[in-house]
Write a protein that binds this ligand. Structure first.
Ligand SMILES: [Zn+2]
Length: 135
């Protein structure tokens, strides 16, 4: 999708369901079965009520740019893709995720901009979630 490097994610017991879904082109999030809190980052216990019963659900893949910066100098392998955007995207389900904005000129990114998820593929087939402007 984008020209950005797609490093291999490090999967753990807590993040394995997330990466399995992204490999299928789906964005999923964990939600507490007790209090309904949508949890990000994935972990074994709900950060609100501390219970450990958590279920995964399919997210909309939509959100808005909460904050961002344009990277103009970077080490390899990122050097060849500058300038690029690192952003916090607030998902429609609530959590804010650290990601990249792709599919537009970095100068066109704005706070509050509606965006949707796209997936870049790592060498082993994992989906790296990034976001592009919504039409
Ligand atoms: Zn909870």
């Amino acid at each position: 999708m984008s020209e950005l490097p797609a490093p291999e994610p490090v999967t753990t017991l807590e993040t394995e369901p997330f990466w399995r879904a992204t490999a299928e082109g789906r964005l999923v999030l964990p939600r507490c079965d007790s209090c309904g809190t949508v949890i990000w980052y994935p972990r074994r216990f709900c950060p609100e009520c501390h219970r450990s019963s958590i279920s995964w659900f399919e997210a909309s893949g939509q959100g808005t740019v909460y904050s961002f910066t344009v990277v103009r100098q970077a080490p390899e392998p990122w050097r060849k893709v500058v300038p690029y955007v690192i952003a916090q995207v607030e998902l429609d389900e609530g959590p804010r995720v650290l990601t990249n904005i792709v599919g537009c000129d970095p100068g066109d990114v704005t706070i509050g901009q509606p965006v949707e998820v796209v997936f870049d593929r790592s060498a082993s087939g994992h989906g790296i979630p990034r976001f592009r402007p919504r039409p």
